[in-house]
Design a protein around this ligand. Structure first.
Ligand code: SAM
Ligand code: SF4
Ligand code: SF4
Length: 371
């Protein structure tokens, strides 16, 4: 029998302690990092577990039955998450996205949503509160999520061809059940709904047109994501990336498109409208067209590590501070000091780096930190 090799250094252990600055940093909503980027978007991972094994994210060979997920005691509680989120909102966050792993696997998630839904920005506005899901449990949970105060959802779906999709999620999950989840979300008003499709050349690029035709005219915004070199386990190769420019070219040959202006500063997707006015699509070009200049996103891991970039090799461990009895002001100041020192711009630098470079260690996994 061959020996099992796990090519993974446990990223969860790589973190920097967080200190409270000696001078408080008041929450003005005007926080900037070293490149002047504000803090507007917080992505919170609520679990590191998933019921899918998408090969680009949680390949089966690594995330098998022996994989050590975080123990329950390591996870931030809903109260802890809400308290941290509140400090981020005070510093200017306007949008919170729950992610994972598969966020709908976290028990009683509606309770967390209800707690986050009552947070208000400094000028009294509700947050843009959303969630990214693989859709497998959405048909069952859509109504409860809506009732708890979730505004909208993004559903990941990599194709309409059942065999292709079953192979990509690698647990034989059918397309029809995800489509039923999307319909349920639409029915209960969890919109505008976005659908994310990761495009892998030679695997599902034949699904680009069928997916566009399916969602055209439905009010659902389909977004094509370039397959990214995130994490250290998916065996990423540049020749499997289908550049967004090619996606747009293939689509517009059949379904004419016109460019649209960005919906918001820091928006990751480039928007295109159907020339006949029947809706829009987006392309997220994280490999071929860096968008670090406007990146206003922070990521909070399931156990309270703050990451400043999707390609970071270290987190900032907020949990000890959260559990130390520090005041809200101290917590807010510590978060502000971390953001003020941020200089991450991995996607911009990628072109000039040797392949698989991760300065200071291996990169975190997408399933750990969320998209
Ligand atoms: N499980 C949920 C889902 O799949 O929607 C939420 C977490 S998942 C990590 C968030 C998003 O990251 C998904 O849309 C997924 O397709 C995307 N993703 C994961 N690995 C990726 C990769 N290597 N390149 C591009 N997108 C990726
Ligand atoms: Fe799970 Fe989402 Fe990763 Fe797929 S992309 S393995 S559904 S966390
Ligand atoms: Fe933001 Fe890092 Fe992605 Fe650049 S590479 S857009 S800094 S998350």
């Amino acid at each position: 029998m061959s020996e099992r090799v796990i090519p993974l250094i446990d990223q969860r252990l790589r973190s920097r302690p967080v200190a409270v600055p000696s001078q408080p940093i008041p929450a003005s909503g005007l926080l900037g990092d070293t490149l002047g980027r504000p803090l507007r978007d917080l992505r919170i991972s609520v679990t590191d577990r998933c019921n899918f094994r998408c090969s680009y994210c949680m390949p089966k060979e690594v995330f098998d039955k022996d994989y050590q997920y975080l123990p329950h005691s390591a996870l931030l509680t809903f109260e802890e998450i809400t308290r941290v989120a509140q400090q981020f909102v005070a510093h200017g966050v306007q949008k919170i996205r729950l992610t994972g792993g598969e966020p709908l696997l976290r028990k009683n998630l509606e309770i967390l949503i209800a707690q986050l839904a009552v947070l208000r920005t400094a000028d009294g506005q509700p947050l843009d509160l959303t969630l990214t899901t693989n859709g497998s449990l959405l048909a069952r949970k859509a109504q409860a999520l809506k009732d708890a105060g979730l505004q909208r959802v993004t559903v990941s779906l990599d194709g309409l061809d059942d065999a292709t999709f079953r192979a990509m999620n690698d647990v034989d999950f059918p397309v029809a059940d995800v489509l039923a989840g999307i319909e349920a979300a639409q029915r209960v008003g969890l919109g505008p709904i976005k659908v994310n499709m990761v495009v892998k050349r030679g695997t599902n690029d034949d699904q680009i047109l069928p997916m566009a035709r399916h969602f055209k005219g439905t009010g659902i915004v389909l977004r094509f994501i370039e397959y990214m070199d995130v994490g250290a386990t998916n065996g990423w190769r540049m020749d499997e990336v289908l550049p967004s420019a090619e996606v747009v070219a293939r689509l517009s040959a059949e379904l004419p498109l016109v460019p649209l202006s960005p919906a918001a500063p820091g928006e990751t997707a480039e928007r295109w409208g159907y020339a006949d006015g029947s809706g829009e699509i987006g392309v997220i070009s994280s490999v071929t067209h860096a968008f670090c200049r406007d990146c206003n996103r922070a990521r909070l891991s399931t156990e309270g590590q703050l990451y400043l970039c999707l390609f970071a090799t270290h987190g900032h461990d907020l949990r000890p501070l959260i559990r130390s009895g520090a005041s809200d002001e101290e917590l807010a100041s510590a978060i502000a000091a971390i953001w003020q020192q941020r200089d991450d711009r991995y996607s911009e630098l990628r072109a000039s780096l040797p392949p698989d470079t991760a300065v200071g260690g291996r990169r975190i996994e997408m399933s750990y930190i969320g998209g």
